[in-house]
Ligand binder design. Structure first.
Ligand SMILES: *Cc1c(COP(=O)(O)O)cnc(C)c1O
Length: 259
C-alpha cells in the first residue's frame, strides 16, 4: 500500500478484513497523526485515535480488536448497543458519537462509556436520570455546530457557555470537552475554520468557566480531515474509513441534513 492510500477524500480507502490489514491501516493513521502533531510542535501522545466502527460487522470488528482497538465509536445507539451485546466477551469501551433522542438515553446509560454528541439539556437530564439509577457515570463531550447553517446538530456557539453552566446539575455526566463536525467541503480553509472556531470556544470557556469544561479536550477530525484537526489542536480524532475501509452507506445516512 502506498503512503498516500487510505486518505483519499473521494473514499478510496482500503478495506481491512483481517488482523494484519488492521495493523497496517492503524499504523498508517498513527504515522500521520504523529507527523501532523510534529508539524505544529505537539506531542502525538496528547491525541487519542478513536476508531469508528459504524456499519462494520462483528467479524471484522473482532479483527480490529485483535489488532489493538479497545475503544470504538458508533454513530447510532441501536447498532452500538447490539454490538456491545454481541461482543460482550471482548474488552471494548463504546463511545456513542452521533445524535441522540432522549428516549434512547436509557440504552446509552446501559453500555456506553462515552457520549460525544451532547447538545440538549433534555438529553442531559434523561441520561443523568438513567445513569444515576444504574450507579454509573458517563464521559461526555458537548457538540457545537461550527459550520453555522450547514448542520442542524450541535448547539450554536453562542449558547455554549449557558449550556455548560447548566451541566453541573447532572453529576453523572463528566464533561471532557467539546466536539464538532466540520463543514463537508473539499475546501480545506473552510474545514480549518470550523476547527479553529471550536478551539477558540474552548479557550474562552477555560478563561471564564474553567471548572465547567473538564480538561477541555477537543474531539474533531475524521478520515478526510484529521491531520488538519490535529494542526488546530484536536485531542481526539474519530477515524472510520481510513481504518476499516470505505463505507457502503453514504454519509447522508448519518447526517441527513447534508443529503
Ligand atoms: C462516521 C463518523 C466519523 C468517522 O468518519 P470517517 O469518514 O469514517 O472517518 C466521525 N464522527 C462522526 C460523528 C461519525 O458519525
Amino acid at each position: 500500500m502506498s503512503v498516500d492510500e487510505g486518505l483519499d477524500h473521494n473514499g478510496e480507502y482500503s478495506t481491512a478484513e483481517n488482523v494484519e490489514d488492521f495493523r497496517i491501516n492503524i499504523a498508517e493513521v498513527n504515522r500521520r497523526i504523529a507527523s501532523a502533531a510534529e508539524r505544529v510542535g505537539r506531542e502525538p501522545g496528547e491525541i487519542e485515535l478513536l476508531p469508528v466502527s459504524k456499519t462494520v460487522p462483528q467479524e471484522r470488528i473482532r479483527a480490529a480488536v485483535a489488532a489493538g482497538c479497545h475503544k470504538l465509536g458508533e454513530n447510532k445507539v441501536q447498532e452500538a448497543f447490539r454490538k456491545s451485546d454481541e461482543m460482550a466477551d471482548l474488552d471494548i469501551d463504546w463511545a456513542v458519537i452521533g445524535h441522540l433522542q432522549s428516549n434512547k438515553a436509557r440504552d446509552v446509560a446501559k453500555f456506553a462509556s462515552e457520549f460525544q454528541a451532547l447538545d440538549r439539556l433534555k438529553v442531559a437530564a434523561a441520561l443523568d436520570r438513567r445513569l444515576e439509577a444504574a450507579g454509573r457515570s458517563l464521559d461526555v463531550y458537548v457538540q457545537v455546530n461550527t459550520s453555522a447553517e450547514e448542520s442542524k446538530f450541535g448547539m450554536p456557539p453562542e449558547e455554549l457557555l449557558g449550556f455548560l453552566r447548566e451541566l453541573p446539575q447532572f453529576p453523572t455526566l463528566k464533561v471532557q470537552g467539546l466536539m464538532t463536525l466540520a463543514v463537508f467541503s473539499s475546501d480545506i480553509d473552510r474545514v480549518r475554520t470550523c476547527f479553529q472556531r471550536l478551539r477558540t470556544l474552548r479557550d474562552q470557556a477555560q478563561e471564564t468557566d474553567p471548572e465547567l469544561i473538564g480538561s477541555g479536550k477537543l474531539s474533531m477530525g475524521m478520515s478526510g480531515d484529521y491531520e488538519v484537526a490535529i494542526e488546530e489542536g484536536a485531542n481526539c480524532v474519530r477515524v472510520g474509513q481510513a481504518i476499516f475501509g470505505r463505507r457502503a452507506l453514504p454519509d447522508s445516512y448519518y447526517w441527513p441534513e447534508n443529503g
